[in-house]
Design a protein around this ligand. Structure first.
Ligand code: NAD
Ligand code: UDP
Length: 311
C-alpha cells in the first residue's frame, strides 16, 4: 500500500484509529478536523511525524489541497445521538455539503472516495437483522433525521458521483462501535454506563432496556475498512458485530466487568429510538472475508480500562 489519504474526522474516535492504521500501512495522512466533537489529543502521538499532517478546517466549506491525493475518506460527522441532536444543522451540513465538496475534491484529484455511513440509515428497522438491501424505516422529520437523512443523502450523493463520473467509491454502514479514545462525555450508552459504573452512580437505562444493539470493537471496524479499500465495490457494506443484546443485558455485563455496586435506574425512552439493531454481515464476509474477531466482553474490558485511565 502507500500514497496520500485525506481523512476527515481524523481527530475523532474512529478517525484517529484509522489514522494509526493507515500510517502503519505506509500512507501519508492529511488529517482534517474542526474539533467540534473530536480532539487533536487523539493524534498527539503523531505530532511532528512526517506521515501525518493536521489541518484544522470545517469541511462544510471546500478545502484547497495542492498535492496529489490517492484517497479522500470522509469520516467527519457528529456521531453520538446527544451530540448530533445538539448540532442539528452542522450534522446535516457536514454530511450533505461536506460530502459534496469532498466528492468534488476526489474527482478533481482522480482519487478514490470512502464514505463512513451508519446503521442509523435503517432507522427503527422493521426487518431484522439488517441487510444492505433493506431500505429502512426512518422518520424523515423527527429529531434523529438530522443524522439519518443526512447520511442517506450522503450515500445517494456518493453513488451519484460513481454513476455520473465513474468515481471509484466505497460506502460502509458502521454499527455501534466502542473502544479506547471514545469521548467519555459523548452520551452514548457504552461510555455512559462505564463512567456511571466507575463513579458508583446509577446506570441510566432509557426505556425498559429491552431495545437491542450489537456492539463491535474498534479494531474489527478498522480491519474491515482497510479490507474494503482493497476491493472495488461501490455499494454499501455493513460493518458490525452480529452479537446482539438488550440494553439491560449490556448494563449487567458492565456492572459485572467493572465490579460496581451501582444500581440501574430507568428513564423515558427518547423519541424514535430504534427498538432493535443487528447487522447481517454476509456481504462483508463474502466480499472481504471479514468477520469480527473481538467478542463483547473482551472489547469492553479494553474500553473500560481506557476510561478508567482517563476519567
Ligand atoms: P467522533 O465524534 O468521535 O468523530 C467525528 C469527528 O468529525 C470529530 O473529530 C469531529 O470534530 C469531526 N467533525 C465533525 N464535523 C466536522 C466538520 N464539519 N468539519 C471537520 N470535522 C468535523 O465520532 P466517531 O464515532 O469517530 O464517528 C466517525 C464517523 O463514523 C462519523 O461519520 C459517524 O457518523 C460514523 N459512525 C460511527 C459510529 C460509531 O459507533 N462510532 C457508528 C456509525 C457511524
Ligand atoms: N441508552 C440508554 N442509556 C444511556 C444512553 C443510551 O439506555 O445512558 C440507550 C439508547 O436509548 C439506545 C441505546 O442505549 O436505545 C444505544 O444508544 P446510543 O446513544 O449509544 O446509540 P444509538 O444506537 O441509539 O445510536
Amino acid at each position: 500500500m502507500g500514497g496520500t489519504v485525506l481523512l476527515t474526522g481524523a481527530a475523532g474516535f474512529v478517525g484517529s484509529h484509522l489514522t494509526d492504521r493507515l500510517v502503519r500501512e505506509g500512507y501519508r495522512v492529511i488529517a482534517v478536523d474542526n474539533c467540534s466533537t473530536g480532539s487533536w489529543d487523539n493524534l498527539a502521538h503523531w505530532d511532528n511525524h512526517p506521515q501525518v499532517q493536521k489541518i484544522q478546517h470545517d469541511v462544510i466549506t471546500p478545502l484547497a489541497v495542492t498535492e496529489p491525493l490517492d484517497w479522500v475518506m470522509h469520516f467527519a460527522s457528529p456521531a453520538s445521538p446527544p451530540k448530533y441532536l445538539g448540532l442539528p444543522l452542522a450534522t446535516l451540513r457536514v454530511n450533505s455539503e461536506g460530502t459534496y465538496h469532498l466528492l468534488e475534491l476526489a474527482r478533481q484529484k482522480g482519487a478514490q472516495f470512502f464514505l463512513a455511513s451508519t446503521s442509523e440509515i435503517y432507522g427503527d428497522p422493521l426487518e431484522h437483522p439488517q441487510r444492505e438491501d433493506y431500505w429502512g424505516h426512518v422518520n424523515c422529520t423527527g429529531p434523529r433525521s438530522v443524522y439519518d437523512e443526512a447520511k442517506r443523502y450522503a450515500e445517494a450523493m456518493t453513488l451519484a458521483f460513481h454513476r455520473q463520473y465513474g468515481l471509484s467509491v466505497r460506502i460502509i454502514r458502521i454499527f455501534n462501535t466502542h473502544g479506547p479514545r471514545m469521548d467519555p462525555d459523548d452520551g452514548r450508552v457504552v461510555t455512559n454506563f462505564i463512567q456511571q459504573a466507575l463513579r458508583g452512580e446509577p446506570l441510566t437505562i432509557y426505556g425498559d432496556g429491552s431495545q437491542t444493539r450489537s456492539f463491535q470493537y474498534i479494531d474489527d471496524l478498522i480491519e474491515g475498512i482497510v479490507r474494503l479499500m482493497g476491493v472495488n465495490y461501490p455499494y454499501p457494506v455493513n460493518l458490525g458485530n452480529p452479537e446482539e443484546l438488550t440494553v439491560l443485558a449490556l448494563a449487567q455485563v458492565i456492572q459485572e466487568l467493572t465490579g460496581t455496586q451501582s444500581p440501574i435506574h430507568f428513564y423515558p425512552l427518547p423519541q424514535d429510538d430504534p427498538k432493535q439493531r443487528r447487522p447481517d454481515i454476509t456481504l462483508a464476509r463474502t466480499k472481504l472475508d471479514w468477520y469480527p474477531q473481538v467478542d463483547l466482553r473482551t472489547g469492553l474490558r479494553h474500553t473500560i480500562a481506557d476510561l478508567r485511565r482517563r476519567c
